[in-house]
Design a protein around this ligand. Structure first.
Ligand SMILES: [Fe+2]
Length: 111
């Protein structure tokens, strides 16, 4: 995902610390926007796994807010571990649950 890759690049250039706060804010915005759009589609087309999928969204959204708050309080430090965690955190959802609804929506004529 672009946001996290940008953070990784900045880190390699020694500028990661400046970028972490912005990346976390962008993550909060991204998850709120992208997840809401998905949920609207699910409701429109009566996706049967709507509820468990929404639960995952809600957990990820509140985790994103938590991470941003930890950073604001000075409790979140940039490290390879942080970047790896962020990568796996969102990719896990995008490559897991998000992959499952594609065929369902395609069958409804949504590409
Ligand atoms: Fe999703």
């Amino acid at each position: 995902m672009g946001l996290i890759n940008g953070l990784h690049d900045a880190m390699k250039k020694g500028k990661g610390k400046d970028v972490l706060g912005k990346t976390l804010s962008d993550l909060v915005d991204y998850t709120a926007y992208h997840f809401t759009q998905e949920e609207e589609l699910f409701k429109t087309y009566a996706y049967p796994d709507y509820l468990p999928h929404k639960k995952e969204h809600d957990a990820l959204k509140s985790q994103a807010v938590d991470l941003r708050e930890q950073f604001t309080r000075g409790e979140l430090f940039l490290s390879n571990k942080t970047v790896l965690f962020l990568k796996n955190w969102l990719n896990g959802h995008i490559l897991g649950s998000d992959k499952k609804y594609g065929p369902f929506l395609n069958a409804k004529g949504v590409s």
